[in-house]
Design a protein around this ligand. Structure first.
Ligand code: ATP
Ligand code: MG
Length: 405
């Protein structure tokens, strides 16, 4: 479990007054300035303690919804032998995105950019009969992709986190029924995250010619263009759109999730068969379903910020309360309030630093914790409350504070 109370005097790293000079996107500027992440090289990020807290909360929301549709969490290797990628042919067809290399013995490997082939290898060792199906497994792991344009902050990493779920079935009907269930689970995830998003018909990318569904968050920072009718949850990606564009609303959007009905293509290539009830050997029906939690964190910042900083939605905020004590004479009082809050299970970042009030408020706005409490010589027995999103302030008692948070 995460520590409930963190003293800002000990928090690594400090905030920065200005954004890195190469930062082009809002998420890059704000997440680096506020101390949530750091760039090692283009497309490669350290998640700092604050950033890891946020991603952990995003992951927990995803995990709950994956478990709800029967998903079982596992962890697969990230270092893969060339041979497994040759079986599907993707060693060659996906060369541009895969990091491929030789070790000192001239043996060839790739770093994971996705896991279909690895799951297929698991299935062919474990599945013999229709009784062994369906299978629903998922993981959270690092994916490596040689992205050409790694310029949009954490939206496009060369190394990033993905939740990938895989399902295997005895029939197309069973696959498609589960596909719809996962689609509904994704709608729940992105609704819980507070996104304004569309379930978008799209092409299969490197996977297949069959249509897939992307979950696209409306944002000017997006690289995709989608079309939808007013009020509709559904949209069509520009890449597969057919018809009269004048009848639709068009918008820029960012893909946060993608689900793929993959059919029997992989099973046939890699020899994953089961014996059905009728005694006949058949290939398994397969689907894969991805969400990028680190991209999700970036998108949350793109759509939840103002000119002062980030405005985290409560469900993923690194802390619920930002407690700010002014004056070293108020430290004891602040510690008491912090203790009472954490005893009730609330997560508190306590700014106990001996610095100017203005600097504390600026950092607080930048970091973007939803509820701010100030304890100073002026507040007496009350607490000064400020809501990060609405900017509203009020003097409250501890009991009144508990009702708000
Ligand atoms: P894009 O079209 O944006 O390059 P993709 O279609 O190649 O993404 P998928 O293979 O569908 O990506 O991956 C599933 C999810 O993983 C995406 O919906 C996204 O949330 C996330 N993702 C993909 N590529 C990246 C990346 N380079 N950095 C961060 N997250 C990513
Ligand atoms: Mg995609």
């Amino acid at each position: 479990m995460l520590p409930l109370l963190v003293r800002q005097s000990t928090l690594f790293p400090k905030t920065q007054k200005t954004a890195p000079s190469d930062a082009e996107s809002i998420n890059h500027k704000l997440l680096v300035r506020a101390g949530f992440m750091d760039q090692l090289m283009a497309g490669s990020w350290t998640l700092m303690p604050l950033g890891l807290r946020v991603v952990g909360k995003i992951n927990q929301i995803i995990r709950e919804e994956m478990n709800e549709v029967g998903g079982q969490e596992l962890a697969m290797p990230l270092l893969h032998p060339k041979s497994i990628w040759n079986e599907s042919g993707r060693w060659d067809t996906a060369k541009e995105v895969m990091y491929q290399f030789k070790d000192i013995h001239e043996k060839e490997f790739a770093l994971s950019f996705t896991h279909e082939e690895i799951v297929m290898d698991l299935l062919r060792k474990q599945i013999t009969s229709y009784r062994d199906l369906p299978v629903y497994v998922y993981q959270f792991s690092t994916k490596f992709r040689n992205e050409l344009r790694a310029k949009s902050g954490i939206l496009r990493g060369r190394e990033f986190m993905m939740k990938d779920l895989y399902s295997a079935h005895t029939s197309e009907e069973d696959l498609m029924a589960y596909y719809e269930k996962v689609k509904a689970a994704y709608v729940k995830v992105f609704t819980r995250l507070g996104f304004n998003f569309k379930v978008t018909l799209a092409s299969g990318g490197v996977f297949t010619d069959k249509n897939t569904h992307e979950f696209q968050v409306l944002s000017e920072a997006g690289e995709d263009t989608i079309y939808f009718k007013d009020g509709s949850m559904e949209a069509v990606n520009d890449e597969v759109f057919e018809g009269n564009k004048d009848e639709y609303i068009s918008a820029k959007s960012i893909e946060v999730g993608n689900i793929f009905p993959l059919g029997t293509w992989y099973a046939e290539k890699m020899g994953v068969f089961f014996t059905d009830q009728d005694g006949v050997k058949k290939p398994v029906w397969f689907g894969s379903y991805g969400i990028g939690p680190t991209r999700v964190m970036g998108v949350l910042v793109e759509v939840n910020h103002d000119d002062k900083g980030i405005v985290w939605p409560e469900v993923v905020a690194p802390f619920a309360v930002h407690l700010i004590s002014l004056g070293q004479n108020n430290l004891n009082k602040a510690e008491e309030v912090a203790k009472k809050l954490t005893d009730l299970g609330h997560e508190v970042l306590w700014d106990d630093r001996d610095i100017a009030a203005g600097a504390k408020f600026a950092d607080s706005d930048l970091i973007g914790i939803p509820h701010r409490i100030i304890i100073s010589d002026k507040t007496g027995d009350s607490l000064e409350y400020k809501n990060r999103k609405s900017g509203e302030t009020s003097l409250v008692s501890f009991e009144e504070l508990l009702k708000v948070i």
